[in-house]
Design a binder for this molecule. Structure first.
Ligand SMILES: CC(C)(COP(=O)(O)OP(=O)(O)OC[C@H]1O[C@@H](n2cnc3c(N)ncnc32)[C@H](O)[C@@H]1OP(=O)(O)O)[C@@H](O)C(=O)NCCC(=O)NCCS
Length: 485
């Protein structure tokens, strides 16, 4: 049975096992996959910054990690969006670990009130598992870049040739630094970042570009500097106006790979070979600061003709497609519910009275802010029926219903159902009868399977009799069964 739970990044042995799964999933079958380093990711998870929340989630079986998910969302902008990265090592694939992690993401995003899912994929060839998986979930490809690589150290002959063809840099001067930006350049460097965010093609991806301030730049650089050495070259006009920059990262824990990150030349300064001059100056810095790197990576949009041209001159070769994908979900209200079974497999149902007639449903209800599914389940069962749920109940079904009238202010609901085995007990929670009736609950009863199968009344979920029959006969599913109505 596969279960999903959050990884505590301070539990170093568990974090390591989770990271191993992530690494094996990301790199499988890819010549040049770049994975955030173990130390960098561990630091970022253990020391959250003010701008982004990152959650490590694992799919477990028999106490072992089968698959890994990074679930992230920004805290001060892009408030409708979450980013997910799901990675399952090849020997654990096609058993539902990816789907179970995805279901967790759907419920958590709903809880956060966020409806836009974004993800990135490295695709070296077709068909590709990640592309198939994401396509099945409904993601669409909104932006494609080439992931390019050039071997290091640079070929001297090629560099000389590049220097010759770039000519003399006229009308500009270059300033290079290593690490965080010197104070005298911070304002210009922040403004160039803002221009970069506005200029860089992102296709159909939903992205709110927020202007950079010096404070934001400092905070961001300080975090990055712990795990990456930044090499930066900036171009100024002779009167001191910023004209562009290029930025390369050397992961401190990875000796083999260097990442060519942003390169920007402001529109009014294009056409002077500035892009090539910037990159050449930064390569000089690279030669001075490290010689262990074997590959330099970069990413450039297909549509970005000028940058593709500069890359080609430097000898970059495309190794895979880097795809950005997005999926917009309806606004769903998440709820935790229990299939409460007694030793003779009778199920406890509560009776709702609606204007459309009675409805028999499993106990449980909507999650409160910040509550996990299991916490919500515990609270609901105590309030509604006076039962203590087990700490780690089996997750049976995941239901997404998009329809009006299920929850005011929402497009529908998500119900996650858990199995709760109990001895017979006197039903009665902390809510008064009047409080229950205010929520349309008018009583409860235990049903045998035969009674359910013979009943001519409405159940929620609709197929409850057949689902219970299957549960009693075959036991719980390996991963939560996806339900419709
Ligand atoms: C994509 C990935 C996470 C899927 O993990 P998984 O545990 O194998 O996923 P599941 O078993 O839940 O697969 C769910 C469905 O996705 C589709 N799918 C997954 N892999 C597929 C493949 N290789 N070919 C065709 N369809 C595939 C199938 O419809 C599958 O259902 P089925 O097995 O009943 O046919 C895994 O292949 C992986 O880690 N790839 C590398 C990283 C990546 O690309 N992540 C996706 C971006 S978030």
């Amino acid at each position: 049975m596969i279960s999903v739970r959050v990884i505590d990044p301070a539990d170093l042995a568990l974090f390591d096992e989770w990271y191993d799964a992530l690494w094996a999933g990301v790199t499988a079958g890819r010549e040049a996959a770049l994975v955030v380093g173990r130390e960098a990711l561990g630091y970022s998870l253990r020391t959250p910054g003010p701008l982004k929340r990152r959650i490590a989630v694992g799919a477990f079986e028999d106490g072992r990690v089968l698959g890994a998910m990074l679930f992230e969302y920004r805290l001060t902008d892009n408030l409708d969006t979450v980013e997910v990265e799901i990675d399952v090592p090849p020997h654990h694939r096609r058993r539902g670990a990816g789907t179970a992690l995805w279901q967790w993401a759907v419920t958590r995003a709903a809880q956060l009130g966020r409806t836009i899912f974004q993800t990135e994929l490295g695709v070296p060839s077709e068909p590709w598992p990640g592309a198939e998986f994401a396509g099945r979930l409904g993601f669409s490809v909104e932006h494609v870049e080439d992931h390019l690589v050039v071997p290091l150290p640079y070929d001297d002959v090629r560099l000389d040739e590049l220097r010759r063809s770039a000519g003399v840099l006229d009308g500009y001067r270059l300033t290079s630094w290593v690490g965080v930006c010197p104070p005298e350049h911070q304002q210009a460097y922040a403004d160039l970042h803002t221009a970069m965010d506005q200029d860089v093609p992102t296709g159909g991806m939903t992205r709110e570009a927020v202007p950079w301030t010096v404070e934001k730049l400092q905070a961001s650089e300080q975090r990055i500097d712990r795990n990456y050495l930044a090499l930066v070259t900036m171009a100024h006009t002779l009167s001191g106006e910023p004209a562009g920059y290029t930025l390369m990262y050397l992961p401190r824990a990875d000796e083999a790979n260097a990442q060519q990150d942003d390169t920007l030349v402001l529109r009014e300064h294009r056409g002077h070979n500035l892009g090539t001059h910037l990159k050449l100056a930064n390569l000089d810095q690279l030669a001075k600061h490290r010689t262990t790197q074997r590959f330099l990576h970069t990413w450039t949009a297909f549509s970005n003709g000028p940058m593709q041209k500069v890359n080609a001159r430097f000898g970059f070769r495309s190794v895979e497609q880097h795809r950005e994908l997005e999926l917009t979900y309806p606004r769903l209200r998440p709820a935790a519910r229990a299939v409460v079974l007694d030793p003779s497999d009778r199920v406890l149902l509560v009776r709702f009275e609606f204007s459309s007639g009675p409805l028999w449903a499993t106990p449980g209800g909507g999650l409160e802010e910040g509550e996990s599914l299991r916490e919500g389940l515990h609270r609901e069962l105590r309030e509604e029926i006076g039962l203590d749920a087990p700490d780690d109940p089996i997750h049976l079904w995941h239901q997404e219903v998009v329809a009006e009238g299920h929850a005011a202010g929402y497009d529908g609901v998500i119900n996650d159902y858990f199995l709760v085995r109990t001895d017979p007990f006197t039903v009665g929670g902390t809510m008064t009868e009047a409080e229950l009736q205010a929520e349309n609950v008018h009583g409860h009863r235990w049903w045998t399977l035969d009674e359910l199968l013979a009943a001519e009344t409405r159940f929620a979920p609709r197929a409850l009799p057949a689902l219970l029959q299957d549960l009693v006969r075959n036991g719980p599913p390996t991963i939560p069964t996806r339900l419709g109505q």
